[in-house]
Ligand binder design. Structure first.
Ligand code: NAD
Length: 501
């Protein structure tokens, strides 16, 4: 995309969005909320209203669940061949590809992140996810098992995998299209019907994805989108007609969902917060490590659940790494995501800006040393921009070391003893991911084994792929997305016993 084409496309999208409210997608039709209410979604680069969006609530969730249930039970969907489901998913991936520029620009406007990154991460990532899961329907089956019944009866035992049913998919604002794809693709591949509830800050690409699914040929009601606030998510969680909830978001809301599901025991998977350690050994390639540490925290304005927000650099290279990361932070260009030279866009909202700003104050009050950033960048007077920020002189007890900030704020800590390092790195309620930089292969594998995290990156950071499981230890979540594990999240196993005697 050239700069002028991005800006022209953005102007066209803004005009279209301003013309009429964005309605819910239920049973294959765009409809207003039952209440008739709407809410505003803002452009984080300017704070201006981008669109009015239907404010879905319990009554809309009722309609969406009824539509999903009807569609799920329909013969045409239940009996659709695995190969036909594969083809539908491939067609949807092709349509995302065909509309890539529009989706990338829409996400940039709604979320703030640079358009070249929405193209690369959100759009290309989603295409890859749909193509990967398109391969599963023809490969995801049961087994024949060698049971040993008493009395020597001749028994055939086999298992089947069945779609779990109607799945409620609740996603956050930090990677709106990707997070939707991570859930929608395996759920549809497994044969479920879905209700997607995007975050209130970023509802637009989810609605477009739902439209593209209809165009691809998914039957009406198989893919519904209910936009709205937490109350719409809570209504999905509470609904007796929903068989499964897949949630990505804050640990706090994750816990509320678990409490709400205690009454009906619907299946729940959770991808929650993180406070990931990024560890540098003295023998590492220090230049590469410093660049990765900076990218690991500042990418996506730090609004990444796997952000490497705690740097542990060995005492012998601490100053060199921290100086290099600080330099990197100062050189990053913060600006409107529509401009091609912007490395970082704005934070998603004023609320998020206030949260990040309050942690800078907390870090200073706790006695940590602010080396870079910590405020609104000069010359960016509107929108929710925040400078990449580095703190040193922190301790393990400080809140900036323990709590997820979800912004471009790095807390740098020094280590000297390996045992102590591992215990500090693991001293967190979270366990989503960790990074390790070393050229000593034994050291690398020992660290990978000792770290309590769902993903460990050695001499790399923040790589994800639909083929490999993603999820957290401890309070970072329940279950794993991606790979075969994701197919298991959206299906039930049935064991069938046949007496052949
Ligand atoms: P959030 O928990 O506030 O909201 C996430 C979604 O849940 C939104 O759609 C929201 O409307 C909905 N929601 C809010 N209250 C609800 C309720 N009571 N019941 C059901 N749904 C409800 O999170 P956020 O602020 O949008 O996202 C940031 C958080 O997400 C961070 O903590 C981050 O670490 C986490 N996150 C985790 C991963 C991961 O894969 N582990 C990925 C991205 C983000």
């Amino acid at each position: 995309m050239t700069t002028s084409s991005v800006i022209e496309r953005a102007a066209g999208l803004k005009r279209t969005l301003a013309a009429s409210p964005q309605e819910l997608l239920i049973d294959g039709k765009r409809v207003a909320a039952v209440s008739g209410e709407t809410f505003e979604t803002l452009n984080p680069a300017t704070g201006e209203v981008l669109a009015r969006v239907a404010k879905g609530a319990a009554a809309d969730v009722d309609l969406a669940v009824a539509a999903a249930r009807r569609a799920f039970e329909q013969h045409a969907w239940r009996q659709m061949s695995a190969n036909d489901r594969t083809n539908l998913l491939l067609r949807l991936a092709d349509l995302i590809e065909r509309n890539a520029d529009e989706l990338a620009t829409l996400e940039c406007l709604d979320n703030g992140k640079p358009a070249r990154l929405t193209r690369l991460v959100e759009v290309e990532g989603s295409i890859k996810t749909f193509r990967y899961f398109a391969g599963w329907p023809t490969k995801f089956g049961g087994e024949t098992l060698p049971v040993s019944p008493r009395g020597g009866a001749q028994i055939l035992n086999y298992t089947t995998r069945e779609p779990i049913g109607v799945a409620g998919l609740i996603v956050p604002w930090n990677y709106p299209l990707s997070m939707a794809a991570w859930k929608v693709a395996p759920a549809l591949a497994a044969g479920c019907a879905v209700i997607l509830k995007p975050a209130e800050q970023t509802p637009l690409t989810a609605l477009r994805l739902g439209e593209l699914a209809l165009e691809a040929g998914f039957p009406p009601g198989i893919f519904n989108v209910v936009t709205g606030f937490g109350e719409a998510g809570a209504a999905l969680v509470a609904h007796a007609g929903v068989d499964k909830i897949a949630f990505t978001g804050s640990t706090e809301v994750g816990k509320a969902i678990v409490r709400a599901c205690a009454g009906n025991l619907k299946k729940v998977s959770l991808e929650l917060g993180g406070k990931s350690p990024h560890i540098v050994f003295p023998d590492a390639d220090l230049d590469a490590a410093a660049a990765a540490v900076a990218n690991g925290i500042f990418f996506n304005q730090g609004q990444t659940c796997t952000a490497g927000s705690r740097l542990y650099a060995h005492a012998s290279c601490f100053d060199r790494i921290v100086n290099a990361v600080t330099d990197f932070a100062r050189k990053l260009k913060v600006g409107d995501g529509l401009q091609p030279d912007s490395d970082l866009g704005p934070l998603v909202s004023q609320e998020q800006w206030d949260r990040v700003n309050s942690y800078v104050r907390i870090g200073r009050d706790e006695g940590a040393k602010l080396l870079a950033g910590g405020q609104r960048p000069a010359g960016l007077d509107r929108g929710y921009f925040f400078e990449p920020t580095v703190f040193a002189g922190a301790t393990g007890r400080m809140r900036i070391t323990r709590e997820e900030i979800f912004g471009p704020v790095l807390t740098a800590l020094e280590w000297a003893d390996i045992e102590d390092l591992i215990s500090q790195a693991n001293d967190s309620e979270y366990g989503l991911s960790a990074g390790v930089w070393t050229n000593d292969i034994k050291q690398a594998h020992r660290a990978a084994a000792a770290l309590k995290a769902g993903t460990v990156w050695i001499n790399c950071y923040n790589l994800v792929d639909p083929a490999t499981p993603f999820g957290g230890f401890k309070q970072s979540g329940w279950g794993r997305e991606h790979g075969r594990q994701a197919m298991e999240l959206y299906s039930e196993t049935k064991s069938v016993w046949v007496n052949l005697s």
